[in-house]
Ligand binder design. Sequence first.
Ligand code: NDP
Length: 442
Amino acid sequence: MYDLFVIGAGSGGVRSARLAAAQGFSVGIAESSRVGGTCVIRGCVPKKLMVHAAEFSQYFSDSEGFGWTIKGAHFDWQRMVIARNKEVDRLEAAYKMNLKNSGVEIYENFAKLRGMNEVELDNQKVIKAKHILLATGGKPKKPEFPGVQFTKSSDDIFMMSSLPEKVVIYGAGYIACEFATIFNGLGVDVTLVYRGENLLRGFDYDIQRLVKQGLQEKGIKVIVNTVIDSVTKCSKGLSVDLSDKSQLVVTEVVCAVGRKPNIENLGLEKLGVNLNEGVVVVDEYQKTNVSNVYAIGDVTDRLNLTPVAIRDGIAFVDTVFKNKPTVPDHHLVPKAVFTKPEVGTVGMSESEVVNVGKAYVVFKTEFKPMKNQLSGNPQKTLMKMLVEKKTDKILGIHIVGEGAAELIQVAAIAVKMGATKKDFDVTCAVHPTAAEELVTLN
Ligand code: NDP
């Protein structure tokens, strides 16, 4: 009997398995797809590599303002795919090696719960475990309209054998906006169709405004307050009927309308694990209603980000195997969206501050960064800080522009420590940088 059996070898599952094994406990882990999960195999990592691939077109055009002439630049999708897949394979192998070196036994099988202390693999093998951890992550949702079967999800993008000519992206969340940016950078004709008005719902309004403006400046067509009525096959590819009665003919339609917990056939209902609309319900220590079954990461649909799943895993191991009950900290988690312009954000948006009724001051600057004075790239940079009037404490920082994701990681440390605006003011600037604007806001 294992001390721990983990179902799902993504970021959260792997970290939990390794940490428990490092404490001397016997651990097994099952994965029905590839070790590494969404982040490594069909999410953050291959996506970020494609973000880099797509960035070069902007670099080439920016370079002309600095005296360069770039002739004959050509993008080869197949070469990028081979290089990207090689890196994903390398990481998967490293994940497997790390698990093995920690003493974790890997089962490359689909696993489901059979009883409180029993898991059954798809080869009928039954495994016994004192504790079971559900770390099965999430998967893309598909909307409902006639012809949806002709559309692709973000998972499918990583399997595309050629670069499409014309794409409709449906949705305006992280995935939709990031892939609109990627395809656009690679020279694809992109139209983003969104049912609402402002892209990236939940983000600060200034972020929403600048991302929409930035995508449009790059030539992405943004159609808002519109839904897809149907998709049909046609001689040129796919014909997309929109609710505004217009029609688009494209090569691919990508739906990025959110993700849902991956719980199918896991045997949860049979064991009586509490679910809420398909989400595994856990208490603050990530325990389900079945006393030895825990769940972490996207399958619990709390804050669906890789670093959060990893921290959930650390808290789980502290609680169950280190006798140190730990509630995972989901407060002030910094976030990035790898669009052009890039987004980095931590803390509350302005509308959230208004909703909680705090008196606040906004410090904000929007400017053309030095590089773009010569490159001719119209992309602006935004630095926005929301400060509580009474305490001078920083409630939120929102950055749009080059390097925003890297910057927010560091700014988030200060915000997490409870920094005040004065703490930023007394910090000397690093010149000439865009980041210095953060310590000179007034
Ligand atoms: P999001 O929830 O971010 O966005 C979903 C989008 O689809 C929204 O624009 C939403 O509209 C729209 N939508 C939802 N349902 C429908 C429907 N039935 N018809 C039409 N439109 C619909 O989901 P994503 O798939 O983009 O990303 C999933 C999660 O993955 C994110 O929440 C994030 O946690 C994670 N992620 C993080 C990344 C990062 O950290 N950089 C990158 C990629 C993913 P509306 O706004 O009106 O609800």
